[in-house]
Design a protein around this ligand. Sequence first.
Ligand SMILES: Nc1ncnc2c1ncn2[C@@H]1O[C@H](COP(=O)(O)OP(=O)(O)OP(=O)(O)O)[C@@H](O)[C@H]1O
Ligand SMILES: [Mg+2]
Length: 364
Amino acid sequence: MSADLVVENLTVEYTSADYVVKPVDHFGCRVVDGSLALLLGPSGSGKTTLLSCLAGILQPTAGSIRHDGREITALEGAELAAYRRRGVGIVFQAFNLVPSLDARDNVMLPLRVAKFSLREARRRADELLNEVDLTDRRGHLPSELSGGQQQRVAIARALALDPPLLLADEPTAHLDYVQVETTLRILRRLTRPGRVLVVVTHDDRLLPLADQVVELVPHRPLEPDGPVDVRLKPAEVLFRQGDASDLIYIVDEGEVEIFRETVSGGLEILDRRGPDQCFGEMGPLFGLPRSASVRARSSTRLTGYSVSEFREALGLERLDGLVRAGAVADGRRINLRSVGGAARGVNGRDVVSGRPEADEHTGA
Ligand SMILES: Nc1ncnc2c1ncn2[C@@H]1O[C@H](COP(=O)(O)OP(=O)(O)OP(=O)(O)O)[C@@H](O)[C@H]1O
Ligand SMILES: [Mg+2]
C-alpha cells in the first residue's frame, strides 16, 4: 500500500453570478511518502480550495485524491468524519485557535474529542508543544503569543493525532522573517516516513524547504521578443477564461468575439473586435488570468504584443486610457499603422488553473 499522496485531474468549479470559475482545473501531482511538497501560486490560484479538497472539507467537481490506501473523494458519513479527525491535520491560514484557551488546551482539544484521558491528552500536548519549541509558552492565551508562536500552536494541534497527511495554508503569511525562520525549521523537522506534508503558499522564500515544488500557475515568459503574428480559423479559440495572460492583441483582419461560458452551458457574447481594435490588455497588465474567452468569427489575423511592446508602440497614456475606458468597449479605433509588426510565429498559450476575475470588464 502506497502512502504517497496522489492527486489526479482534480477540478473544482464554483458558480459565481452566472458564470463558472474553476480555481482548480485538472490539477494533478504525486507527493512521495515522507516528503514535503510546496504548492506555489499567487493569490486566487486556488490554494485554499485545493487544500480543502485534500482535507475532505470540500468535495471536488471531478478527479481523485488517494492517500494511505483511501480514495478521499469517495469517503462519506462516518468514514469521512474519521478521515477529517485522524487522517489529516490542517494548519489554517488564520490559525483558528480558540481565544479563551491557552496553548496547551488548544492542542488538547482534538485529543479530548478523540477521547484521550485528561492526563494522556495533557502529556501528549506537552510533548507536541515541546516539538514546536513552545514549552515555556504553554500556559499563554493566543492573544499573549506572537504570530509565529500562534502558528506553532496551530501546528502542534494539527499534529495531535499524528495524521499521515499534514496540510499548511500560507504558513508564513503573517510572520516576520525571524518567525519565518523558526516555522521553516519546524516544518522541515516534521517530515518523516509515514507522513506527507503539503504546504501551499505564494511565498517563494519557502522554495528551498521543499522536496518538491508544484506551481499552480506556471510562470509566463517574462517578455516575448517582438510582436507575434497569430492566424485563427473561423471559430478557433485564441484563449479561454482562466488561461494565463501573456499578450495584448490587435485585430489586423477579420473579427473576434469575447465570450463567457455560462452555468447553463450556453455562451454569453460580451463584445466583438474588428480591424485595428484591441483586446486582452487587463490580464497581461495586472498579472491576472483571462477573464473571458476569445474566438474568431471569421478567418482572422492578429498581432500580439507584450505589455512593454504595446506601451512602446502606443504610449503609456494610450494604454492607461484603454484600461480606464473599459478596454475598447467604446469601439474606439486605434491607429496602429506606426507599429512594427514583425511576425514571430504563433505564441504558445499555457492552460492553467488560474482564477478568472469576477469583474465586468470585457478586455479579457
Ligand atoms: N465558495 C466559493 N464560491 C465561489 N467562488 C469561490 C469560493 N471559494 C473560492 N472561490 C473562487 O476561487 C478562487 C480561488 O480561491 P482560493 O481561496 O482557493 O485561492 P487562494 O490561492 O487560496 O488565494 P489566497 O492566496 O488569497 O488565499 C477565489 O478567488 C474565488 O474566485
Ligand atoms: Mg488561500
